[in-house]
Write a new protein. Structure first.
Ligand SMILES: Cc1cc2nc3c(=O)[nH]c(=O)nc-3n(C[C@H](O)[C@H](O)[C@H](O)COP(=O)(O)OP(=O)(O)OC[C@H]3O[C@@H](n4cnc5c(N)ncnc54)[C@H](O)[C@@H]3O)c2cc1C
Length: 694
């Protein structure tokens, strides 16, 4: 950025106000079930979640004349509204200049493997439409004077398909979509948490009939837990990712997602082994990814032990000051940890070094007022002594200031501003950070219309398991927009959400409520606090970036035991809000067992290191090296090529997690559309494959 940007412009991109929600529509009736007076809300479709993905689905449905409502645990909570990074991005299929085509983009999206090829193409081909429609709704994506979108390169992106409206891109997306939802008068139920999906029928005939929710605001003497019944034959799960699963997490607080909710309803999940981890500040303070310019400014990274002694730990890993500094820079666009990047003194050695410092009880900091200290015996840091790619980038950006803070100010003043908003002045003091969990690539298994295996249940956004092993930065938001639209198109074409449900499902709802009540027991020794502490510590310590067969197997045994205890003893609570959290933690404990089951299965079957995790093994073929010598402790298994072609499917049967594998769906790149031949399928709605739902 060479022109100084006035403060008020920076402010507007950082402090994004959300619209006011309209008054809530009341219930259509109340029924007495399991001794409780339950309000009943009726809809054609209930969207669970008001992040960017859920709002997109709701808006697209409403525009097509469907009877849709949104329920949300927290209207402007969740990842889209409350997190982001300075590289919050969207995919931009290019016009001129950097050249691109949808098929190439699809290949890039699925390049890490374990991703359905047709899904990757759907996301690629849908991306331009998503971008254009968001611009139409008012999303301020940056343009050049001739209307081209400004773009840049991000993680797993060789072309430069990313764009951004600054650190709050996803919040701005929520804002424009929410404004549209309000304009279209989509009913909104805020502070409403879905706790149970209600179904009817058996086997292939099983289908959704509604959802039980809990609302602290809906408490009455006759309904002390604020239970509400939403009758609807169609639901869209858009509840985001399971951010609370890990202790070390850069998700905003209170992100639970819907993996446990889905499992309990017999919905199949996929790719649960795949997540993203990387450096950032944790949710205890201000959760934010330290990618992009934060690291491209090349701050000094160091740790402090319990006695307050500082350690220049990266110097034990890299051989020269130039190598150290260049790899810190590369975290800018190689942000997620990737096992293979620990080899050849690559950039993931930075993550490994940081996580082992943290595991040793040291705190790690980034200091923007110091350049990296020299590796002992080597020359001091200099902008002239950097690897060619790094020197060229900083040269092009004109970031030739002496200190990292000034280089950061030059390249991205918003980066400093953003932390100031949360009372952290990175220009004045070092910033504490760690390696954190950031994204769930797996989730509910869906087809190319967002349909799950349960009739009437769709999933979009991070709730859906549409990503493979790696995902280019920005692909999550794009996928949420594309699949939000696709699910809406499909639901609308089916005609099932045109009118509110009139079903009488008292019997099913009553059984569901009885089940909820039996899971919540005031006298249980298992509390929200104890379950959270156990699940989060286990996931961060045993299923983080460094894993091995024994510790994952042991973690799975412990996770199973916790779920058996929860089934036997229930979860304690004393206030309604805690009862809601109790239900969410019960589901999170189940989700954690599901993730560990998939990981254990993957490792036992010989699966190697890919994406988020290094599978350490004394017999492993890959050995990361550090300047001090080989890191035998972190010797890891190489990725097995065959694993790229399939996905692990997880489902709950009774109390047991069941695992299976399926091949990735394919996409024939040579197939071409032919207008006269293919038009009838569009005109008659055959493209929606609706017979599969009959
Ligand atoms: C720090 C960070 C940086 C990121 N950077 C990028 C990036 O640069 N580019 C990118 O593409 N992606 C990025 N991601 C990922 C991306 O932001 C998320 O995948 C995406 O925002 C998810 O959107 P969503 O609509 O699916 O879910 P969310 O935005 O999380 O919304 C979920 C909604 O569901 C509601 N909800 C949850 N459970 C329930 C329930 N039981 N009942 C009712 N409501 C419920 C919540 O209140 C919320 O409204 C980043 C993530 C993080 C954490």
């Amino acid at each position: 950025m060479t022109t100084a940007v006035p403060q008020e412009i920076l402010d507007a991109l950082t402090d994004v106000d959300m619209p006011r929600l309209p008054p809530e529509a009341g219930p259509s009736e109340a029924v007495r079930l399991a001794g409780i007076e339950v309000p009943v809300y009726r809809a054609g479709c209930v969207v669970v979640g008001s992040g960017a993905a859920g709002l997109r689905a709701a808006v697209e449905m409403k525009r097509r004349g469907d009877d849709v409502v949104i329920m949300s645990q927290s209207a402007w909570g969740g990842t889209s509204a409350c997190s982001g990074s300075d590289k919050q991005t969207l995919h931009t299929a290019n016009t001129a200049d950097q050249g691109d085509n949808y098929k190439a983009m699809a290949r890039a999206i699925r390049s890490g493997g374990a991703m359905d090829e047709d899904t990757a193409y759907v996301e690629a081909v849908g991306s331009s439409r998503m971008m254009a429609s968001l611009q139409f709704l008012g999303l301020p994506l940056p343009q050049d004077p001739l209307g081209g979108t400004l773009r840049y390169q991000t993680d797993h992106d060789e072309v430069g398909r990313a764009t951004s409206c600054g650190p709050r891109t996803s919040r701005l997306m929520v804002k424009v979509l929410a404004e549209e939802a309000i304009r279209l008068a989509v009913p909104f139920y805020n502070q409403t948490t879905a706790v149970k999906i209600l179904t009817e029928g058996e086997g292939a005939d099983r289908h959704v009939v509604g959802i039980l929710a809990m609302r602290a605001g809906g408490r009455t003497e006759e309904n002390p837990l604020g239970i509400a019944l939403y009758a609807s034959d169609v639901i869209v799960l858009a509840a985001g990712g399971p951010g609370e699963l890990y202790r070390d997490s850069v998700y905003p607080n209170g992100c639970f997602g819907s993996l446990g909710l889905a499992l309990e309803a017999g919905v199949e999940l996929v790719n649960l082994t795949e997540s993203q981890f990387g450096i950032g500040t944790r949710r205890e303070g201000f959760p934010w990814n330290l990618s992009g310019t934060y690291v491209q400014a090349i701050p000094h990274i160091y740790s402090v032990d319990a006695d307050g002694v500082e350690h220049h730990f990266l110097a034990q890993y890299y051989r020269s000051t130039q190598e150290l500094a260049s790899n810190v820079f590369r975290k800018g666009y190689q942000w997620p940890f990737h096992a293979t990047r620990m080899l050849d003194f690559g950039s993931s050695l930075v993550d490994l070094a940081i996580s082992s410092e943290t595991a040793a009880g040291r705190r790690v900091f980034m200091d923007f007022n110091r350049n990296p200290l020299p590796v002992p015996g080597d020359l001091p840091f200099s902008l002239e002594r950097l690897d060619e790619d790094v020197r060229l980038y900083l040269g092009k950006a004109g970031a030739d200031e002496e200190m990292p803070i000034d280089r950061l100010k030059h390249m991205n003043p918003l980066a400093i501003e953003l932390y100031r908003r949360y009372k952290i002045d990175i220009a004045a003091e070092p910033l504490a950070f760690a390696v954190n969990n950031q994204h769930m690539n797996g989730g509910i298994m869906v087809d190319t219309w967002g349909r799950s295996n349960l009739a009437g249940c769709y999933a979009v956004g991070e709730a859906a398991g549409t990503h493979g092993v790696t995902r280019p930065g920005g692909a999550a938001l794009n996928a949420g927009q594309v699949f939000g639209t696709r699910a809406a198109e499909h639901i609308s074409a089916s005609g099932r959400a045109k009118r509110a449900s009139t079903d009488d499902m008292s019997g099913i709802a009553e059984a569901g409520i009885a089940d909820l009540l039996s899971a919540l027991r005031a006298e249980s020794p298992l509390t929200v606090k104890s379950i959270r502490a156990e699940v989060q510590a286990r996931m961060s310590d045993k299923a983080g970036i460094i894993c091995n067969r024994q510790s994952v197997a042991q973690a799975l045994i412990e996770a199973r035991k916790l779920n058996a205890d929860i089934r036997a003893e229930g979860v304690a609570y004393d206030r309604t809000a805690e009862a809601i959290r109790g239900m969410q933690w019960r589901q999170m404990a189940l989700a954690s067992e599901a993730v560990l089951s998939a990981l254990d299965y993957f490792i036992r079957k010989g699966g190697g290191s890919r994406g988020a995790r290094a599978i350490c093994d004394a017999e492993g073929e890959s050995l990361p090296l550090a300047s001090a010598g080989p890191l035998e402790e972190y010797r890891f298994r190489r990725e097995r090529e065959a694993d790229r072609d399939e996905q692990i499917v997880v489902r709950l049967e009774g109390d047991k997690i069941r695992l299976s594998r399926r091949a990735n769906r394919t996409f024939d790149e040579s197939a071409r559309s032919f207008f006269e031949r293919d038009w009838p399928a569009w005109l008659t709605g055959r493209i929606y494959d609706l017979t599969a739902d009959d």
